[in-house]
Design a protein around this ligand. Structure first.
Ligand code: KG4
Ligand code: ZN
Length: 335
């Protein structure tokens, strides 16, 4: 079964054609257009600009993805996200499904991030603990089967991605901040860190508290204090702070994920969402999880950020036939 999947929840316009393949999902074509450059001068996403760019890109992106494939169904992310952006993908998917007389499948964008881990030859064995880290969400979930998911923990305030974006702004790095902070942190080797005498220290909130709650707003306030003490932030010091910030956030994420492993004894740990592209987090979480004999999965970097292949995977693995009057749900949660 070949599915045309559409993703337009935020500032990426994406379309993909995917099909089922063994226990996983094979990507035939995946196309992503982003309006991120247009938001850079504002230091964040401007919803009205994002929606207008979605309208410009949606048809070219779909045409490139479909090419000469014959499609059996149309899938679309219907939330969470920005209302104006969501409407573009949902209305286009409805029109295509109606014109082609094919089923319309609705997909939860956060579930799609998780199911990006099935876009490969080897798929996670369940039960699994899932860490979802994106721009707007930071959740721990237990996946007992492809259908039965339970929320088991997450952030009480800011999402990890949001913290990365704010840290970048404080450090004078461009939007979107996550990849920039990742790059700056990667420039500091262990030797250089030792030489600096670990002069920058940030808190690891709630790390010693029992439970699976997280908090990132305190780290953000602390980095702001660190930077305001510097007369002029040299590149070396900026990189050192970026590394300490990345370690503070990843320490919290890893510690809470490993607590979930202790509590639930899963067969796999899977990570998903834009922040799952972070080099330090990918490496360190993989190391910690594999030390316990549990398998670790994370999508290829190109399938961590918003894309439509993951939406197709979700439509195949958790099909949810929709009504022709499907409406976006900007506030949808993961379970
Ligand atoms: O999942 P995503 O693409 O969009 C949402 O659904 O929110 O996540 C975007 C978030 C942004 O906050 C971005 O800064 C962050 O993911 N991000 C990263 C990295 N790449 C993207 N954060 C840390 N390190 C990265 N390499
Ligand atoms: Zn996303």
């Amino acid at each position: 079964m070949k599915i045309l999947a559409i993703e337009s929840t935020c500032d990426e316009t994406a379309a993909a054609v995917v099909e089922n393949y063994g226990k996983g999902v094979r990507v035939i074509k995946s196309v992503v257009a982003s309006s991120v450059e247009m938001h850079q001068k504002y230091g964040g996403i401007v919803p009205e600009v994002a929606a207008r760019e979605q309208i410009k890109s949606i048809i070219p992106v779909i045409m490139e993805a479909v090419h000469e494939e014959t499609i059996d169904a149309v899938a679309v992310s219907y939330g969470p996200g920005l209302m104006g952006s969501l409407l573009v993908g949902v209305e286009t998917a409805k029109a295509l499904a109606w014109a082609w007389n094919k089923p319309l499948l609705r997909v939860n964008h956060l579930a799609a991030h998780v199911l990006a881990n099935w876009l490969g030859e080897e798929v996670p064995e369940l039960p699994a603990v899932g860490l979802v880290v994106s721009g707007g969400h930071t959740d721990l979930i237990l996946l007992e089967s492809l259908e039965k998911w339970t929320w088991i923990g997450g952030t009480r305030d800011d999402a990890a991605g949001e913290a990365f974006d704010k840290a970048a702004r404080i450090l004078g790095l461009p939007y979107p901040g996550g990849p920039e902070v990742d790059k700056a942190a990667g420039k500091v080797g262990d030797e250089e860190l030792d030489k600096s005498d670990h002069k920058y220290k940030l808190p690891r909130p709630l790390i010693h508290e029992p439970g699976l709650g997280m908090s990132f707003s305190g780290i953000k306030a602390a980095i702001s204090r660190l930077v305001s003490k510097e007369d002029r932030l040299s590149e070396t010091n900026r990189n050192l702070i970026a590394r300490e910030f990345t370690e503070a956030v990843t320490d919290v994420l890893i510690s809470k994920t490993m607590s979930a492993v202790d509590i639930y004894h899963p067969k796999s740990v899977i990570m998903a969402g834009g922040v799952a592209a972070n080099n330090k987090l990918r490496e360190s979480l993989k190391h910690e999880v594999e030390m316990t004999g549990v398998k670790f999965f994370v999508p290829e970097i190109k399938f961590c950020g918003d894309n439509a292949a993951m939406v197709g995977a979700a439509a195949i693995l958790r099909p949810d036939n929709s009504q022709p009057d499907l409406k976006p749900d900007p506030g949808l949660s993961i379970v």
